[in-house]
Design a protein around this ligand. Structure first.
Ligand SMILES: [Zn+2]
Length: 136
């Protein structure tokens, strides 16, 4: 499936720079010790902007749930339908979730609950994206 090529802005640049180094870093609020993703201007919990930094996390998680997109409205994705949209919950902090297309998993056979790990796929020269792959 063709992947969306990320366009980093000032806010998300540290995230994408890390992905390009095959590292997963999330915003972390030093004031309330809270991770957040995707990046925001302020901490979603306490509202601090000054205390937001970046923290590397372990790219391990599990599949919380999934849907199969059969009739989506994104034109560029229509040729790929049906495809998986899985919700990945980060083991290190279950309040953090990612979406994944679960490469290699048959569309209607998603092993909900299975462990996944982050992988990095090249979508353009010098541009990686994070994806999630079922372990074992
Ligand atoms: Zn905070």
């Amino acid at each position: 499936m063709p992947k969306v090529i990320p366009v980093a802005d000032e806010l998300s640049k540290p995230f994408w720079d890390a992905v390009n180094q095959k590292r997963l870093v999330l915003q972390n609020c030093a004031a309330c010790d809270k991770l957040q993703y995707p990046p925001r201007e302020t901490c979603a919990k306490c509202g601090s902007a000054e205390q937001l930094g970046w923290k590397e996390v372990e790219g391990k998680g599990h599949i919380s749930t999934n849907i199969v997109i059969e009739d989506g409205r994104l034109n560029r994705r229509m040729p790929d339908q049906p495809y998986i949209l899985a919700l990945i919950t980060l083991d290190q902090d279950p309040s953090i979730n990612f979406y994944s297309n679960l490469p290699g998993i048959p569309t209607y056979e998603v092993p909900v609950g299975s462990a996944v790990e982050v992988i990095y796929e090249e979508v353009a020269p010098d541009q990686l994206i994070h994806e999630w792959q079922v372990i074992g």
